[in-house]
Design a protein. Structure first.
Ligand SMILES: Cc1cc2nc3c(=O)[nH]c(=O)nc-3n(C[C@H](O)[C@H](O)[C@H](O)COP(=O)(O)OP(=O)(O)OC[C@H]3O[C@@H](n4cnc5c(N)ncnc54)[C@H](O)[C@@H]3O)c2cc1C
Ligand code: SF4
Length: 400
């Protein structure tokens, strides 16, 4: 991103210019201005001498100060005439939305096929509203829609329409379908009805659905998603019982937990207990009711060859009381929308993901893929993948 340039625009108090700079590479500035993983700040040179610049908040400042009614006027100059070509996009997460935005700007007719009721993917159905308010998601998305991008909601590719049909009806297809399948530890007891996946609970919470909230909950996982569900459940317990008893536990020790430090600190501020460094062994169930989680101390996660192979001290045991267990140990992809006859033309790359070139084009030239299913792990990578894919599609269809 043109970080020095947009900081200069703020210094010059030219926030319209700032917005134009943001949109060169990022069509979701309200969203990134709030929840971006802000790796730019990790490498910010000022950080060598003290705290880095708050690049993320500066992005938010520019977006917040420009009212949505003015966006079209400020940014419209860039839009080219329609070129008569059509691109289908599967999924309206950051990868799909970014591809849509840049393709629309290049003159393509763009139609997004989204299986859920609203657009945004995990930004709307995963990230809790206290971190990313829905009206700010809408502000970014509405601008993309104003460019003529169409979204077909409640349409599941692979069920309501096939990928093959999209390939026939459109000049190219971009798929950004994300990681929406929960993963289980598969320890004894995980088949109990009160063992949940964080991803399914977060989807219900973000949709305003009521969920089961008992007095004692254990969350297994030490990443940001685990912190999101821990904090969301802590808030619900507080509302219901006036007190919090959620314990989040992970294999990794405090220093190695993958969650951002600020998320762990804020989870504790909300009275959740974060107790890392334990390996879950078994869920205790008595008379059909969950009583808690047995754990042993985890000493290391990987062996000398770098393979995931946790080593434990079986003598150092612990027991976390709970009426409900939530597993939050990562997500998997659902590619059942790709039929076998298409799959056999797709080469596989590392970690069982489909192989793509630098422009996120698969080995089937009309099919591009990006976002969490290809790279991940965050919104800004999805945006960058969608942007690159849009350029790749243009290169493929127009040769430029
Ligand atoms: C709880 C949680 C918190 C997170 N917090 C952050 C954070 O703070 N900062 C950050 O940068 N990242 C965060 N992430 C990660 C971030 O949300 C993802 O990296 C990003 O959303 C991935 O974008 P994507 O476009 O690849 O997929 P997604 O956002 O997952 O979107 C995929 C879309 O495709 C649709 N879809 C899937 N299959 C089909 C089909 N067959 N037919 C039609 N539509 C389909 C889905 O419904 C969905 O809308 C978080 C993730 C979670 C789960
Ligand atoms: S999008 Fe994220 S990583 Fe990129 S400049 Fe903004 S805050 Fe930094």
């Amino acid at each position: 991103m043109g970080i020095p340039q947009y900081i200069a625009a703020i210094r010059n108090d030219d926030l319209e210019e700032g917005l134009r700079i943001l949109y060169d590479t990022n069509p979701l500035p309200e969203i990134c201005g709030r929840i971006c993983t802000h790796k730019c700040e990790t490498v910010c040179t000022i950080g060598h001498k003290g705290d880095p610049l708050s690049i993320r908040w500066l992005k938010r400042y520019i977006a917040d100060q420009n009212p949505s009614e003015k966006y079209k006027k400020i940014l419209e100059t860039e839009i080219l005439k329609k070129n008569g070509k059509k691109v289908a996009i599967i999924g309206s997460g950051p990868a799909g939305l970014s591809a849509a935005h840049y393709l629309a700007n290049l003159g393509y007719e763009v139609e997004i096929f989204e299986k859920l009721e609203k657009a945004g993917g995990m930004m709307r159905y995963g990230i809790p509203e206290y971190r990313l308010p829905y009206d700010q998601i809408d502000k970014d998305i509405n601008y993309i829609l104003s460019l003529g991008v169409k979204i077909h909601y409640n349409v599941t590719v692979g069920k309501d329409i096939t990928l093959k049909k999209l390939g026939e009806d459109f000049d190219a297809v971009f798929a950004g379908t994300g990681l929406h399948l929960g993963r289980s530890t598969r320890i004894e007891g995980t088949d109990h009805e009160n063992v949940y996946q964080s991803i399914e609970l977060l989807r219900k919470i973000t949709q305003g659905e009521e969920i089961y909230v008992p007095e004692k909950i254990v969350v297994i996982g030490g990443g940001n998603v685990a912190m999101d569900i821990t904090r969301s459940l802590a808030r619900l317990q507080n509302q219901k019982y006036g007190k919090v008893q959620v314990i989040a536990t992970s294999l990794e020790t405090e220093e190695k937990m993958p969650a951002d430090r600020e998320e762990v600190i804020e989870a504790r501020e909300e009275k959740a207990i974060v107790n890392p460094g334990w390996s879950p062994q078994r869920i205790e169930i008595v008379d059909g009711k969950i009583k808690g989680l047995h754990v042993v101390q985890c000493l290391s996660l990987f062996d000398e060859t770098g393979n995931f192979n946790p080593q434990c001290n079986m003598e150092n045991k612990n027991f976390f009381e709970a009426d409900m267990i939530v597993e939050s140990i990562g997500q998997g992809m659902d590619v059942s929308y790709i039929s076998e006859d298409i799959k056999e033309h797709l080469e596989l790359g590392p970690r069982g993901r489909f192989r793509v070139n630098d422009y996120f084009q698969t080995s089937l030239p009309w099919l591009f893929m990006g976002g969490d299913t290809i790279q991940g792990p965050d919104v800004i990578h999805g945006i960058a993948n969608g942007h690159k894919a849009a350029l790749g599609i243009d290169k493929f269809l127009v040769g430029e």
